[in-house]
Design a protein around this ligand. Structure first.
Ligand code: AOF
Ligand code: ZN
Length: 327
């Protein structure tokens, strides 16, 4: 299953609005084929592994990170292919949260005499697709906040900030961008920072959709985000929850919010954030540019608690990641 997870990771960020899935075929204790899902409309991981197999699958075991699908979507059901190929055993990790498939594979495969083991490394397998898991179950995108800030919580994104010269932090941000379907900023960030919001320095299949949330609609026509590769989508004067709902319906499973303070303030005030990724630079800025503005919390209890928090050192910077606690 670890090998199947490694296969699945190859698809991270490339499969929207489908999940990243990996599969490994094993016979006589040896891996005889591997496969991963490369994009919506393309064969599922199980089929990719079968295609890579240069012999019969009869009697073999297939390991898949996600429960094999059982109905027709853009492609035929993998359960059928597994039965036809003659596998004697299926081992999968996460149950498919897609209501069309959820929990149906076990009895379907068992009725053909196939031994099924589920839940192997289930946490890792589900975690890999945590963005997609939310979207497929709710039609709402998974919202990640990324911000670079000083120790006193001020925005640290201006070009001269030391953080931007930290090559590793930069690479990580590109990596994060490459895994989401859309990147969004507020109008003020466009006016002040004029960001490109593209993935650079790595090979990707498609640039994420770029989105601007603005109250005034007052954006400089020369702004980079309004130029190539494709002009940004602009939402003017639309409540944020409605923006997310609309993007979710359009097939955007994940959104990265990159500031500024007003956008993040609104997102946190309305409890629309699922995960945060903060880069802290050892610098005190002071002054009036909070990373997160908005109404804010008046008590600690009202504040948003994070869980599954990790702290990583990157040179002199620190990267803090955590998920918004739903309790
Ligand atoms: C994938 N890749 O390897 C597996 C998936 O429209 P389709 O035919 O591509 O079906 C998409 C659904 O299939 C998806 O929502 C998920 O529930 C299931 N399994 N999907 O994209 C895969 N195994
Ligand atoms: Zn499938």
């Amino acid at each position: 299953m670890r090998a199947a997870l490694a296969e699945a990771r190859k698809g991270l960020g490339r499969t929207h609005p489908n999940p990243a899935v990996g599969a490994v075929i094993v016979s006589g204790g040896r891996v005889i084929a591997t496969g991963w899902h490369q994009g919506a409309g393309l064969p599922h991981a199980e089929i990719e592994a079968l295609r890579a197999l240069n012999r019969s699958a009869r009697g073999a075991t297939i390991y898949v990170t996600l429960e094999p699908c059982s109905t027709h979507g853009r492609t035929p059901p993998c359960c059928d292919a597994i039965v036809q190929a003659g596998f004697s055993r299926v081992v999968y990790g996460a149950t498919d949260p897609n209501p069309k498939h959820a929990g149906r594979a076990d009895s379907l495969l068992a009725s053909h005499g196939i031994k099924v083991t589920s839940g192997v490394l289930a946490r890792e397998c589900a975690d890999l697709n945590r963005y997609w898991n939310k979207w497929i179950a709710t039609s709402l995108p998974y919202v990640v906040v990324k911000a670079a800030m000083t120790l006193d919580g001020r925005i640290a994104s201006h070009p001269e900030s030391r953080w931007l010269s930290n090559a590793q932090s930069r690479r990580e941000v590109m990596n994060l961008r490459s895994r989401v379907a859309a990147i969004m900023v507020g109008g003020e960030t466009v006016r002040v920072d004029d960001p490109q919001l593209t993935v650079r320095g790595m090979r990707i299949k498609k640039q994420p959709l770029r989105v601007v949330w603005t109250r005034s609609g007052n954006l400089p026509p020369t702004a980079k985000i309004l130029q190539s590769p494709e002009p940004a989508t602009i939402f003017q004067n639309v409540p944020l929850s409605k923006v997310f709902r609309q993007l979710g319906k359009q097939g955007v499973p994940s959104i990265l919010l990159e500031g500024g303070g007003r956008l993040l303030g609104e997102a946190f005030d309305r409890r629309l954030v699922d995960e945060v990724c903060l880069y802290l630079t050892p610098m005190i800025a002071g002054g009036p540019t909070p990373t997160v503005a908005g109404r804010g919390a008046s008590t600690n209890e009202e504040g948003l608690a994070l869980e599954d928090v990790s702290y990583r050192r990157i040179g002199d910077d620190m990267c803090l990641m955590g998920r918004v606690s739903r309790n």
